[in-house]
Design a protein around this ligand. Sequence first.
Ligand code: AMP
Length: 285
Amino acid sequence: MEVIKNIEDMRRISAEKRAEGKIIGFVPTMGALHEGHLSLVRRALDRSDFVVVSIFVNPTQFGPHEDFNKYPRNHEDDMHKLESLGAHLIFAPGSNTIYPEDYSTYVIVEGITEGLCGRSRPVHFRGVATVVAKLFNIVMPHIAVFGQKDAQQLAVIRRMVRDLNMDIEIDAGPIIREPDGLAMSSRNNFLNPEEHRQATVLYRALCSAEELVKSGVTRSVDIIKKIHEEINVSSLARIEYIEIVHVENMNPVENISNRALLALAVRFGSTRLIDNVILKVSEGD
Ligand code: AMP
């Protein structure tokens, strides 16, 4: 498995693979890899001939008071994990490679980035869309795999690819969870044992929402109220938002008629966690 740090080498290798008729699969990450990331790499391996994983902690998607500096970085460990899975190449550029001193171009996906996480993280999706567009131009994949864990990010990438006519298929993998239900995240390591224990309420609340919908409740306010109450039982939980929105455009949904995304962001101590579930109203209801 090769580790490439500069853009020219990455582009040359991708061009060679394409010329050989190979399908290039791509998994963008910020490293500190866990089973959630690895599940996406396995998906990419199933669907393509040459799998590139990028590891880049992207400064432009962190706000000024966010955790860029303390974001976990485990390069050696990441390399071993990817090597044993059979990924073909790691693209790990430095910050100056991606953002040289006079860098001045950004991708802004309007509307869809303004609610949910965009409300408390106003520059986040501009940073995400920009770095993903740049990585797509450098890696030149046929397929790129993202996690449903970051549902709004996934919707933003799909919209960007559609709007900018990028010739890349976006594939999504399901949320991978700890045995106790907590969605895997590089930030889970910041939780102390009590915060971790209390944070498992999020998954239980999402499951209750699914049960409510199964029992015939479809009004968003009713579902959200119940989830609020359930999460607030945890003394350490500080709810940022709990919303039910359209799966593609992230607009609020008042009444679920087919399917909708229940997304939430909740802090435990200084750690902000996000999680979600797609609520489905079964036919005939
Ligand atoms: P990150 O390194 O946090 O930028 O995440 C890289 C990719 O892994 C994104 O597409 C995430 O949605 C995905 N991802 C992160 N956590 C999980 C998880 N628990 N299950 C599935 N995918 C995940």
